[in-house]
Design a protein around this ligand. Structure first.
Ligand SMILES: [Ca+2]
Length: 359
């Protein structure tokens, strides 16, 4: 019993004396439930909704725990909850509609990317991505694949504005009409021991699009500035004339370790990864391989970003314009600890790497 609960009980005790005993006890229990971490064990691959959100149970109308029901119940609760997806063999959770946005602290754990698959909606009529993490949410996803997502917006597989950590995840075969075929990040994204492959973006970042320009909306909500997040659409945010060079670093950060980014394509910039507008990208022991860009930066495109490549390599990427491996447009890019940029090709300048200063 925490001091807070004791206080609450004491306060509620007074209302008991006023003849509200039963009501008070129920209220106390539900408050305690919401702040105690829970573990929900997903036991059906069928994508069914929670029968009653807020009752502390992640169960559909048949008493089964689906991924959707677990997320719905976890979102309702203040505590950091864990969702465990474990079946006796490989299972595919084929989403019937977009999952609820992840809005709180949630850890999702599968049996591994070969065993646990969550598949988004690639229906042309009503496409949707796999996971959406909102600003303020702190989410980890481990041991599953997020595939087959599709969006007419950014982030075909995953869209992140919060703090998201992926470990042993395959983000594959997703598609975004605009940027971030696999993942669109405008928050803080950390990727460990994962594979980002086979994704497609109509514009930038076939595998990953890291874009601090969206995070400018967050800046404008600070005291002293009148614009508010809720009053501004994302299209409005994109139209803001804020000088990205004036942004403090770290508004949209990606840290990647021991990960492969391969076979992704972008219509414009950054076949593997696009990072821009004050974003940071730090890679350790990561391979960016065999990606393609329609214009600039077959492997990586960076624009006014800070990019650090520690070990690993950028190889066998291609660009129809400049920078087969790496295109640097302002900002800072460093390669150390044996990092290599080899065997890339471009139809324009800089088969390996090029900078806009070469023009
Ligand atoms: Ca429930």
């Amino acid at each position: 019993m925490s001091p807070f609960s004791n206080l609450l009980r004491a306060l509620l005790g007074r209302s008991e004396q006023r003849g509200k005993r039963r009501h008070a006890r129920l209220r106390l229990e539900s408050l305690e439930d919401r702040t105690t971490p829970a573990v929900f064990y997903v036991n059906t691959a069928t994508d069914t909704p929670d029968a009653r959100i807020g009752d502390g149970l992640a169960r559909d109308a048949y008493g089964r725990t689906s991924l959707r029901a677990a997320i719905q119940e976890a979102n309702f609760r203040a505590a950091r909850d864990t969702i465990v997806i474990h079946f006796s063999g490989p299972q595919v959770i084929r989403l019937a509609s977009p999952l609820p946005d992840l809005t709180t602290g949630i850890d999702i754990m599968g049996d591994g990317p070969q065993s646990t698959s969550v598949v988004g909606g690639a229906t042309p009529a009503r496409p949707y991505r796999v996971f959406t993490v909102l600003a303020g949410a702190d989410v980890s996803i481990r041991g599953l694949s997020a595939t087959g997502g599709r969006t007419t917006d950014n982030g075909g597989g995953i869209w992140n504005a919060g703090n998201l950590t992926l470990t042993s995840v395959w983000v594959g075969n997703n598609e975004a009409r605009f940027s971030g075929g696999g993942i669109h990040n405008q928050g803080v994204l950390t990727v460990y021991a994962s594979t980002i492959s086979g994704n497609r973006a109509g514009a930038a970042g076939g595998g990953i699009n890291n874009d601090a320009s969206f995070a400018q909306v967050g800046m404008l909500t600070r005291p002293g500035v009148s614009a508010s997040l809720s009053s501004m659409s994302r299209a409005g945010a994109a139209a803001l004339a804020v000088n990205p060079d004036a942004l403090p670093p770290g508004l949209a950060d990606v840290l990647i370790r021991d990960t492969v980014v391969s076979y992704n394509t972008a219509g414009t910039w950054g076949g593997g990864i696009a990072t821009g507008f004050g974003s940071d990208l730090i890679c350790y022991g990561t391979e960016v391989k065999d990606n393609g860009a329609g214009v600039l930066g077959g492997g990586i495109w960076s624009n006014r970003a800070t990019v650090a490549f520690h070990g690993g390599k950028v190889t066998e990427n291609r660009a129809s314009g400049d920078g087969g491996g790496f295109y640097v447009d302002g900002g800072l890019a460093t390669f150390d600890q044996g990092a290599r940029v080899v065997d890339n090709a471009s139809a324009g300048r800089g088969g390996a790497a090029t900078s806009s200063r070469d023009r």
